[in-house]
Design a protein around this ligand. Structure first.
Ligand code: PEP
Ligand code: MG
Length: 575
């Protein structure tokens, strides 16, 4: 039966492929009684699942390429060891027998017993090992529930539509290594980091579909229209041909845009605009260059710290930053210091149980509370600055005090390198993210002490409008043209102009072509966005006559009413 679903399109384009349901196996486990005469069979089912997972893991270990990091092999070995331990391989059998319950339930019970013991361990390293237990159990439960293993997915065709309840940023970053056609989720906000990663993967994606995981079955044919936020399941022949045509048109448009790759971004009246790119991993530089971006405006370094056990050491960080700087060949590369916390936990299973993580120990607050770790990052950044045009960007500043603390730590890192005779850019430029309303209101003070400002509209909107950017139940309230947001952005740009300090926008607003003219009208000359948006925005810049739109921009700035702003913006975009 054909049906369609609507959600929030977070990355454009059209994909047609077969659904692959990403399992949240632990969530799916239910308890049921197993009659006494079938207990033996249930135990056999459990043993078989354990042995399937063991075979899978052993085959993964034996196929690891010689160049694979040593920790990857160690990771697989730990899982194999846990699987062989009697607490996981034997104890669940006792539970099946004593409670006459199903194998999944018994294993989940046993996992909870083990995890609660881990929670009491004082040693951080050992306590963290509980996540290995959870992951091993997940694997066995997936087999018990009949889900295909990860290995099987990779062998399938390329046109795979991932259907998940939710995807963490840590998972999404791993998708960069696989060629999925699209992903769709039941929950998630339009500016969540998962959505941002979807855009950087340049694959269509839709969040907040509510019931995709329960209504779509594995293997069903699915159309994902990321432009409209529509998913069509089991389309009929006519719909399928219609979308195949749309898909081709979308691709043709993308190809056409490539013609302006090397054209300078200058408005009709001759105003020059910088279009920089946002990246998450060094490999993204390929995309940055393929669209002719004139710099990296935001390198989110936190992704280097995810999906791993140990923090990257100074050398690893240095090499990552140096690679980007060298690849950009003298063009500016703005590297943001760690912005961990909120929805970007190093390991999402690890998320601290705090009531409001977005208001918690995030970004620069976290770094200042871990000065040794921060020292390594600052040293790595400084060392890399010798090899290119690196600028440092500090996230989530809320007060000048935090900025001064940071500058003291930066001085300390510089001194340590001077003592070691290590070369670095002595007058490296340092900028601050303006993404907390308090910082926008005090933008002048920040502009005085910094070399440049970068407005993070994703967080600025989250904090100003009090809407959790990862929560789809409030995503309808996300409004980049709310008068308060426009005023905060304009105020920040004005502060930069007054003190002659460059201001950019690196939040998702910068890549939204409907807002390009508005931002130009507010005085913005430096945009940073995902590479996939650069050419579309450039086309709009090339077609913009700035003096013509300024009177409308003035009206927008002075308006306190969103409903008045909308038609004014439409008018501006029709000029
Ligand atoms: C922002 O908040 O707008 C921003 C660019 O940073 P991030 O999305 O990584 O929080
Ligand atoms: Mg931010």
């Amino acid at each position: 039966m054909s049906f369609s679903m609507h959600g929030v399109g977070v990355s454009g384009g059209i994909a047609i492929g077969h659904a692959h349901l990403v399992s949240h196996a632990l969530l799916e486990v239910v308890q049921y009684k197993v009659p006494k005469n079938l207990i033996k069979q249930e135990i056999a089912r459990f043993k078989e699942a354990v042995s399937t997972v063991r075979d899978d893991l052993e085959s993964v270990r034996s196929q690891l390429p010689a160049k694979a990091p040593a920790e990857l092999a160690a990771f697989v070995s730990t899982h194999l060891m846990l699987l062989a331990d009697h607490t996981l391989s034997e104890m669940p059998i006792r539970i099946i027998e004593s409670e006459s319950c199903n194998a999944e339930w018994a294993l989940k019970q046993q996992m909870e017993n083990i995890v609660s013991q881990f929670d009491e361990i004082e040693d951080d390293y050992l306590r963290e090992r509980k996540h290995d237990v959870v992951q091993v159990v997940e694997r066995v439960i997936k087999v018990l529930l009949g889900h295909p293993s990860q290995v099987a997915i990779q062998e399938q065709e390329k046109a795979i539509i991932l259907v998940a309840y939710d995807i963490s940023p840590a998972d999404a970053i791993q998708f960069k290594q696989h060629q999925f056609a699209a992903f769709i989720t039941d929950v998630g906000g339009a500016t969540s980091h998962t959505a941002i990663l979807a855009r950087s993967l340049s694959i269509p994606s839709i969040v907040a579909l509510q019931r995709a995981r329960s209504l779509i079955r594995d293997g069903e044919l699915v159309i994902v229209d990321g432009n409209q936020g529509v998913v069509i399941v089991n389309p009929d022949k006519d719909t399928l041909s219609e979308y195949k045509l749309k898909q081709e048109q979308w691709e043709i448009e993308k190809q056409k845009l490539k013609r302006i790759k090397l054209t300078k971004a200058v408005t009709l009246d001759g105003t020059q605009v910088e279009l920089h790119a946002n990246i998450e991993v060094p490999e993204d530089v390929v995309n940055v260059k393929s669209v002719g971006a004139t710099g990296v405006g935001l390198y989110r370094t936190e992704f280097l710290f995810m999906n791993r056990r140990e923090m990257p050491d100074e050398e690893e960080q240095f090499l990552a930053y140096k690679n980007v700087a060298e690849a950009m060949d003298g063009l500016p590369v703005t590297i943001r210091t760690l912005d961990l916390g909120a929805d970007k936990e190093i390991n999402p299973d690890n998320a601290r149980t705090c009531t409001n993580p977005a208001l918690g120990l995030r970004a620069i607050r976290f770094c200042l509370s871990e000065p040794q770790m921060f020292h390594l990052q600052l040293r790595a950044l400084l060392r890399a600055s010798h090899y290119g045009n690196i600028k440092i960007l500090i996230p989530m500043l809320s007060s000048i005090y935090e900025l001064r603390q940071t500058m003291t730590l930066l001085d300390k890192a510089k001194k340590s390198l001077i003592q070691e005779n290590q070369p670095f850019q002595k007058d490296i430029k340092v900028g601050g993210m303006i993404e907390i309303p308090a910082a926008a209101l005090c933008a002048e003070a920040f502009a005085r002490e910094l070399d440049f400002l970068s407005i993070g509209t994703n967080d600025l909107i989250q904090y100003s409008l009090a809407i959790d950017r990862t929560d789809d139940t409030v995503s309808h309230l996300y409004n980049p043209i709310h008068p308060a947001i426009i005023q905060l952005v304009e105020m920040t740009i004005r502060a930069g102009q007054k003190l002659n300090k460059p201001v950019s926008v690196c939040g998702e607003m910068a890549g939204d072509v409907k807002l390009t003219r508005l931002l130009l009208g507010l005085g913005l000359r430096n945009f940073s966005m995902h590479p996939s948006n650069i050419l579309t925005v450039k086309k709009q810049v090339l077609q913009t006559d700035l003096p013509k739109l300024l009177p409308i921009a003035k009206k927008i700035i002075s308006s306190q009413d969103s409903e008045r702003i909308e038609p004014l913006l439409e008018k501006m975009n029709l000029l």
